[in-house]
Design a binder for this molecule. Structure first.
Ligand code: BGC
Length: 477
C-alpha cells in the first residue's frame, strides 16, 4: 500500500521513500552537469582568452572539443551501461566530471586543458544516455514521465547557473589566475556531489534482472517501493519485457522499417543543431559584443529565457502535441534569425560597435529573446522526446545512441566553425543560414515526422512494422 502520510518515521516523504528522492536528485545532477559544461563557455570566454591568449580558432576548438568527447561518450555509454551496470556507469561519469574539472582548475597548459574538456564531454555523453535510462528503470512508474522532462529542465538550469556564477566570479575577481580556477571549481562542487552521492544509489533492478540476479533486484525494489504487491507487479513486468526481443545489436539498422525511423531521429537531431542554438548558448555575449552590447543583458538573456521557457514545454508537449510545437518554434526561430541577419547587415561590416544605434540593439535583443523562446519551448525538449519514442523496443538503445551522437556531431560542427564563418562571410550571413535550416526543418517535420502524442509505443511499433508511412506512424491503428 502506498504510504499516504506526508512524512513518517519509515523514511517516507509524500508517499515515496527517501531513497527515491536521493535517486532523483543524484540523477538530476547528471542533467545539471550537462548544462554546467554546455553553458560554461559563454561567460568565461573573455577570461579564458585573456589568460591563454586564445585566437578565434582556439576559442572555437576549445568550445567544440566538448562535443567530440560527447560523441565518444555517447558511443561507449551503451557498452558501459550493459557491462558495468547503470550505477557504476553513473559513478564513472561522476568521477570523470570531478577529476576533469578539478584538474582544469589548476590551469594546466592549453592542450591539457582541452583534454580535460574532452573528458568532460565524454562524461556528458555518458550521462545523457545513462541518466535517463537509470531513471526510467529505477524511479517508481508514476513519476517516470516527469523524471524524463526533469532531465531536460536540469540541463537548462545548469546552463543558467554556470552563466550566473561565471559572471559573478569574473566581476568579483578580475585576475584570471583567481577567477578561472573558481569557475572550474563551481563545476567540481556539483560533480563531487554526483560522484559521492552515486555511492548510495541502488543498482537498477532491471539491469540486475537482465544479469539473472533476481534476488538482488527484489532487494532494491524493497528499498524503493512501498508494498509487496508493488514489488511483485514490477518484477512481473520486468520479466515480461525481458521475454520480448532484447537489444538487437547494430545490425538492426539494415532492417527497412528501422532505417526509416532512424532517419527521422537523425534528421531531427541534425536540424536541432543546424538552427544554431549553440551559437547562442556559447557565443551570445560575443555576438552581442559585435553589436556594441555588453553587461548583464548580453550575458544573462539567453540562459534566463532558455530556462524559463522550458517549463511551459513540459505541459505543452502533451496539450498541443509534438509537431505543432516544432512548427511554432521553427517559425519563431525563422523570423528572428532573418531579423538578426537584417540588423547585422544594416549595421554594416566595418562599423564601430560603440556607434551601433539603440534601435538596432533593441531589435537584436528582441530577436534573440524570441529565438530562444522558440527553441526552448519546442525543438530543445521535443527532439529528445521524439527520439525516445519512435524506436521499436529491440532497437531503442541503438537508435538513441546513434541519434545522440548525431546531435553532438552537428553541435561540434557548428561550434567549431561559427565565429570563423562570421569573420569570413560577414556577421549577418550565419543568421540567414540558420533561417534556411529552419525552413528546411519545417518542411521535413511536415512531410516525415509522426505525431507521437497520445499513442502507446507498442501501437506505434505495430504501425511501423505494418509498413505505415512515417508521418502516419502516430495514427491509431
Ligand atoms: C540541445 C543542446 C543545447 C540545449 C540548450 C538541448 O536540447 O541538445 O545542444 O545546448 O538544448 O538548452
Amino acid at each position: 500500500m502506498v504510504a499516504e502520510s506526508a512524512n513518517n518515521n519509515n523514511g517516507q516523504l509524500g508517499g515515496y521513500k527517501t531513497i527515491v528522492y536521493v535517486i532523483c536528485s543524484v540523477a538530476a545532477l547528471g542533467g545539471l552537469l550537462f548544462g554546467l559544461d554546455q553553458g560554461f563557455i559563454a561567460n568565461s570566454l573573455v577570461t579564458l582568452t585573456s589568460h591563454y591568449g586564445l585566437s578565434v580558432s582556439d576559442q572555437e576548438n576549445y568550445s567544440a572539443i566538448l562535443a567530440t568527447g560527447g560523441i565518444l561518450g555517447a558511443l561507449l555509454s551503451g557498452l558501459f551501461a550493459r557491462g558495468l551496470g547503470r550505477k557504476k556507469s553513473l559513478l564513472v561519469a561522476g568521477f570523470i566530471f570531478t577529476a576533469a574539472s578539478l584538474y582544469s582548475a589548476l590551469l594546466p597548459s592549453l592542450p591539457v586543458l582541452s583534454a580535460c574538456r574532452f573528458a568532460l564531454g565524454f562524461g556528458v555523453g555518458m550521462a545523457s544516455f545513462v541518466v535517463p535510462l537509470y531513471l526510467s528503470e529505477t524511479a517508481p512508474a508514476r513519476i517516470r514521465g516527469s523524471m524524463g522532462t526533469l532531465f531536460q529542465l536540469m540541463i537548462t538550469i545548469g546552463i543558467f547557473v554556470i552563466s550566473l556564477t561565471n559572471v559573478y566570479i569574473a566581476k568579483t575577481f578580475v585576475d584570471a589566475t583567481t577567477s578561472l580556477p573558481l569557475m572550474f571549481l563551481t563545476i567540481t562542487v556539483f560533480a563531487a556531489l554526483m560522484f559521492f552521492g552515486g555511492f548510495i544509489l541502488p543498482e537498477s533492478p532491471r539491469w540486475l534482472m537482465l544479469k539473472g540476479r533476481k534476488d538482488e533486484a527484489v532487494k532494491v525494489l524493497e528499498k524503493t517501493l512501498n508494498s509487496r504487491q508493488e514489488i511483485d507487479t514490477e518484477i512481473g513486468e520486468i520479466e515480461q519485457t525481458l521475454r520480448s526481443p532484447q537489444g538487437a545489436g547494430i545490425g538492426i539498422i539494415f532492417r527497412g522499417y528501422f532505417f526509416k525511423v532512424l532517419l527521422v531521429g537523425v534528421l531531427l537531431q541534425m536540424f536541432q543543431q543546424l538552427v544554431g542554438i549553440n551559437v547562442m548558448i556559447y557565443y551570445a555575449p560575443t555576438i552581442f559584443g559585435y553589436a556594441g552590447m555588453d553587461g548583464l543583458l548580453a550575458m544573462m538573456t539567453v540562459p534566463t529565457v532558455n530556462m524559463l521557457f522550458t517549463f511551459p514545454a513540459i505541459f505543452l508537449v502533451e496539450k498541443w502535441g509534438r509537431k505543432k510545437l516544432l512548427y511554432v518554434g521553427a517559425v519563431a526561430m525563422l523570423i528572428t534569425m532573418v531579423a538578426a541577419g537584417l540588423v547585422f547587415q544594416s549595421i554594416g561590416a566595418n562599423a564601430d560597435a560603440a556607434a551601433v544605434s539603440s534601435g538596432h540593439k533593441t531589435v537584436l535583443l528582441l530577436a534573440v529573446i524570441v529565438y530562444i523562446f522558440g527553441f526552448a519551448v519546442s525543438w530543445g525538449p521535443v527532439v529528445w522526446l521524439v527520439c525516445s519514442e519512435i524506436f521499436p523496443l529491440e532497437g531503442r538503445e541503438v537508435g538513441m545512441t546513434i541519434t545522440t551522437m548525431v546531435n553532438w556531431t552537428f553541435a561540434g560542427l557548428v561550434m567549431a566553425n561559427a565565429l570563423t564563418f562570421m569573420q569570413t562571410f560577414g556577421n549577418a550571413s550565419i543568421f540567414y543560414l540558420f533561417s534556411v535550416f529552419c525552413v528546411v526543418g519545417i518542411l521535413f517535420v511536415y512531410r516525415f515526422v509522426p505525431e507521437t502524442r497520445g499513442i502507446t509505443l507498442e501501437e506505434m511499433e505495430a504501425n511501423l512494422k505494418a509498413g505505415a508511412k512515417l508521418r502516419d506512424l502516430g495514427n491509431r491503428p
